[in-house]
Design a protein around this ligand. Sequence first.
Ligand SMILES: Nc1ncnc2c1ncn2[C@@H]1O[C@H](COP(=O)(O)OP(=O)(O)O)[C@@H](O)[C@H]1O
Ligand SMILES: [Mg+2]
Length: 270
Amino acid sequence: MSFAPVRKKEGKLINITFSATDITELRKRETELQKAYERLKVLDEIKSDFVSTASHELRTPLTIIRGYCEILHDGLLGETNEEQKSKLAVVIKKVDALLRMVSRILDFSAIEAGKLSMKIGNVSLVDIVKKEVGELKPLTSEKNQRISVELPKLPIIKGNRERIEMVCYNLIQNAVKHTPPGSKIRIEGKEHIDHLLLGVSDDGPGMPSHELDKIFDRFYTGEKPRRDKEVGTGIGLAVCRGIVEAHGGRIWAESKDGRGMSVYFTLPKK
Ligand SMILES: Nc1ncnc2c1ncn2[C@@H]1O[C@H](COP(=O)(O)OP(=O)(O)O)[C@@H](O)[C@H]1O
Ligand SMILES: [Mg+2]
């Protein structure tokens, strides 16, 4: 039921209209909606629990598989020839990739639940970049890509080293993964008054400008799949954003006319 005043131009009240609609139907719909929402919320919680339990459950057997492969590789259960060794090295590398993926999913569910543990310590961004570039060497040499690193001496900051390592790893890995063989990747760091800035740029296909904000949303992997790009899970950058923001920093992407991509993030000095 509703009342509406009817006024003349100068605002004088001349009438009041009265209208009545059957609101029982509306009420019913509202209750249904509310119920559906509650059900979704419960389902979402179940999903989050499932994701984090499943990731934990995956990690244990993977770690054991990795351990046995290493023992075999190192010849501790009998001599291994060169070919066996190199095949085992491949298995170890793949298990490592799976373990990384599992921790990313775990991190992601922690970020979603607002439970990301943040042990704070001294962090050297320069050391982290060097370490992650080294870790990604096998991938970059496989794709014949060159990484140039331009880092001045940067001050030590406070933060969670492992998480910041993960951000750097994800950004460099994206530049490796989403660009064709032979691409050039550039990492640059700068010190500003109250924060450090790190940028990872490549000369690959980039992204159209209207998608540059969306790539930080979870599960976003682009509007149209590109032939020259590998498919991913779309959680890497969502995790990066969660970690950077938990540190009080900012993360964003730039792409020139869809040619080449740069992702920057900042971390406060204090
Ligand atoms: N360096 C890059 N060049 C081009 N596209 C990129 C780059 N980095 C990220 N993207 C796009 O952003 C999407 C989201 O990235 P991310 O969250 O790391 O997920 P994933 O790498 O698993 O696909 C990618 O699927 C890709 O389409
Ligand atoms: Mg990624």
